[in-house]
Ligand binder design. Structure first.
Ligand SMILES: Cc1cc2nc3c(=O)[nH]c(=O)nc-3n(C[C@H](O)[C@H](O)[C@H](O)COP(=O)(O)OP(=O)(O)OC[C@H]3O[C@@H](n4cnc5c(N)ncnc54)[C@H](O)[C@@H]3O)c2cc1C
Length: 384
């Protein structure tokens, strides 16, 4: 097989991060090839299911905040360029005890970066947001800038921008092999459709990263997660977009967080999910069936914070995958020992909101620009 065409950069995987990388690379005038094993904005990876939370008072680590500020700006740019509504600000609540990692961590980030926020005592929280009734001892951190992004529309918008700037995007084309620095060729990629050469490779394989990047020092593992849409037991109105904010509640068990969104219409239900606590899985082995027992466990959890929702009927549920790093921080940078390859993976269930800024960081890495705001150590692909 001979090389079909030469490119400046090949992007492996066109989900949240790969579509953003392709858009940023093509916008910079680079000859960009994107290869994706499924169709555009598909539901078999990590980037589907109606909504993804975005927030700035980041309990995970204050180093994410500059990236978030940039991400908000880039989502608005993408909306303008693609003519699509992507980001909706609803305000958000972090709920838990004042010492919980969620509330204390969110507060630390908000104070460190001077972000708009308010701490609400439990009684104030219930008075302002009557759908909520968290257990005694809980407080709320209110963040006016929090909201959600529409994932399918966002991936599609990045793909359209990439194509409009000349990227060659190929779908239903699985990459079966890649090499870098062999036989004097910077990068060679073999897919079901051919063999391609390029100066650089950007790998955004999501939950397939453990297979595609076998030599990565960070040990990634894939976690099965379920998204649930419940119908409230009473009227939908107090749960509708415009009245209900996005929220995260840390239960008394610090390993268990529950979160949810407003209803996006009168009939589709109100989306809720657990943050972590799912079982280990693989893209090939994941069970897509949601059992009655797990739905009942979710209803029970929701009842403890939103009593009018947990008692309602389950309308639908769908599965999705997290790709976790051991410390739950992202993995972004050069593949150790392989300067031609940049990787972005290990988003540990909280990556979507960053997609456009990750695309920009990857375009920097692939063009030899020192990326702005990248916490190099925190995200290092060579950490153990
Ligand atoms: C249930 C759930 C809820 C979430 N909630 C939030 C949230 O509220 N806020 C938030 O910020 N984040 C959230 N996340 C996390 C966020 O969605 C992910 O971090 C993000 O979508 C990961 O994007 P990705 O591009 O790495 O992976 P994906 O979007 O899965 O993209 C990887 C792509 O690579 C392709 N690929 C892989 N291998 C190959 C190959 N060999 N050849 C060709 N193509 C290949 C795949 O088909 C796929 O399209 C959530 C995730 C889940 C599952």
């Amino acid at each position: 097989m001979s090389a079909e065409r030469e490119y400046d950069v090949i992007v492996l995987g066109l989900g949240a991060m790969g579509s953003a990388a392709a858009a940023h690379l093509a916008r910079r005038g680079l000859r960009t090839l994107g290869l994706e094993q499924y169709g555009p904005a598909h539901d078999k990876g990590s980037s589907h299911g109606e909504s993804r939370m975005i927030r700035k008072a980041y309990f995970e680590h204050p180093a994410y905040v500059p990236l978030l500020e940039r991400s908000y700006a880039l989502w608005r740019e993408l909306e303008a360029e693609s003519g699509t509504d992507l980001l909706t600000v609803t305000g958000g609540l972090l709920i838990g005890s004042p010492e919980s990692a969620t509330v204390a961590g969110g507060r630390a980030s908000a104070e460190r970066w001077g972000l708009a926020h308010r701490i609400l005592e439990r009684s104030e929280l219930i008075a302002e947001f009557p759908t909520f009734d968290p257990p005694e001892g809980a407080v709320g951190l209110w963040e006016p800038d929090a909201g959600f992004v529409r994932p399918e529309a966002a991936v599609s918008a990045h793909l359209r921008v990439a194509e409009a700037h000349g990227a060659d995007l190929r779908f239903n084309e699985v990459v079966t092999d890649w090499s870098a620095g062999e036989r004097g060729v910077p990068v060679e990629v073999v897919s079901a459709g051919g063999r391609f050469r390029a100066g650089r490779l950007v790998v955004c394989a999501g939950p397939w990263a453990p297979q595609v990047l076998a030599g990565l020092p960070v040990r990634l593992w894939v976690e099965r997660q379920v998204l649930y849409w419940f119908e409230p037991s009473g009227p939908i109105d107090p749960f509708l977009l415009g009245r209900q904010p996005v929220w995260i509640w840390e239960t008394e068990d610090p390993e268990v967080q529950l979160y949810g969104f407003p209803a996006l219409g009168r009939t589709g239900g109100v989306k809720v999910a657990f943050f972590h606590g799912g079982e280990p899985s693989t893209p090939e082995g994941i069970s897509r069936t949601v059992s009655e027992a797990e739905a009942a466990r979710m209803a029970e959890g929701v009842r403890r914070v939103l009593p009018g929702l947990g008692g309602g009927r389950l309308l639908r549920a769908t599965t999705c995958m997290y790709t976790n790093s051991p410390d739950r921080h992202f993995v972004i940078g050069e593949l150790p020992g392989v300067p031609e390859v940049a990787v972005a993976c290990g988003f540990s269930g909280h990556g979507f909101k960053f997609a456009p800024v990750v695309g920009e960081l990857l375009a920097d890495l692939a063009t030899g620009v020192t990326p702005r705001d990248l916490p190099v150590e925190l995200f290092s692909p060579s950490r153990g």
